[in-house]
Design a protein around this ligand. Structure first.
Ligand code: C5P
Length: 234
């Protein structure tokens, strides 16, 4: 059963919690990213936990293993349910994150940022790439072999990832839009039912809900789309 996570990409706790309170019980899982966490600190996670919500702390950690170990431990102690690290930190860093997580928090790895082009990756790594998807699959496999609970990826990569990783790892996909809706700056998007059918376990939805005229109605439409795929395919 795929889960829906609403991304709280807001500059302040006041704005974020206004949306959380507006959505109420139907939304149980929220993503706190770099903007909100940097502005408001751990208080926003505590506020969400205090409202009975699950929290995806999207900090995309990338540092030496000892530092990442301590940061993941701190996120677990804060009560976050899910945290992101960069696969490019390597096996040692990934293992340190997983070791710190224990059973308290799950760790998912970002492979290649969806904003990166092949040219940029070639420039950073100083080698030519045959395919971005192959690099995503390679980094995803490395992450799961190091013990990560799953990966974050474009919904257009979800099917290949599910095939490569098997049924268990989490495949978390941003870039979700209802057909015909504004794509904002997302280049590679899929509809909620498409992402579910492709094997995504968690769909991250930001502006499709937060910028909608009626966030509650948008949430209902997205869930309805997810449900059609879950009823048909699962
Ligand atoms: O586009 P949307 O508002 O739904 O974004 C939800 C999340 O997707 C953001 O919090 C960000 O982490 C991620 N994102 C992304 N690629 C982009 C834009 C946003 O992966 N180009």
């Amino acid at each position: 059963m795929s889960q829906l996570i609403v991304a709280l990409d807001f500059p302040s706790q006041r704005d974020a919690l206004a949306l959380v309170d507006e959505l109420g019980d139907p939304a149980g899982y929220y993503k706190v990213g770099l903007e909100l966490y940097t502005s408001e600190g751990p208080g926003i996670v505590r506020a969400l936990k205090g409202r009975g919500k699950k929290v995806f702390l999207d900090l995309k950690l990338l540092d030496i293993p000892n530092t990442v170990h301590r940061a993941v431990r701190a996120a677990a102690e804060l009560g976050a349910d899910l945290v992101t690290v960069h696969a490019q930190g390597g096996t040692g860093m990934l293992q340190a994150a997983v070791d710190a997580a224990g059973r308290d928090i799950r760790v998912v790895a970002v492979t290649l940022l969806t904003s990166l082009t092949a040219v940029e990756v070639e420039e950073v790594w100083n080698r030519s790439l045959d395919s971005m998807l192959d690099e995503v699959l390679r980094l995803a496999t490395l992450s799961v072999e190091a013990g990560a609970d799953g990966v974050v990826a474009s919904p257009l990569e979800a099917r290949a990832l599910r095939r490569a990783l098997g049924p268990d790892p989490m495949v978390v996909t941003p870039g979700i839009r209802l057909p015909g809706a504004d794509r904002h700056d997302q280049a590679r998007v899929a509809a909620p039912d498409e992402a579910v059918r492709a094997g995504a376990s968690h769909l991250v939805v930001g502006r499709a809900v937060t910028a909608a005229r009626s966030p509650s109605e948008a949430l209902r439409s997205i869930r309805a789309s997810m449900d059609t795929a879950m009823k048909v395919d699962r």
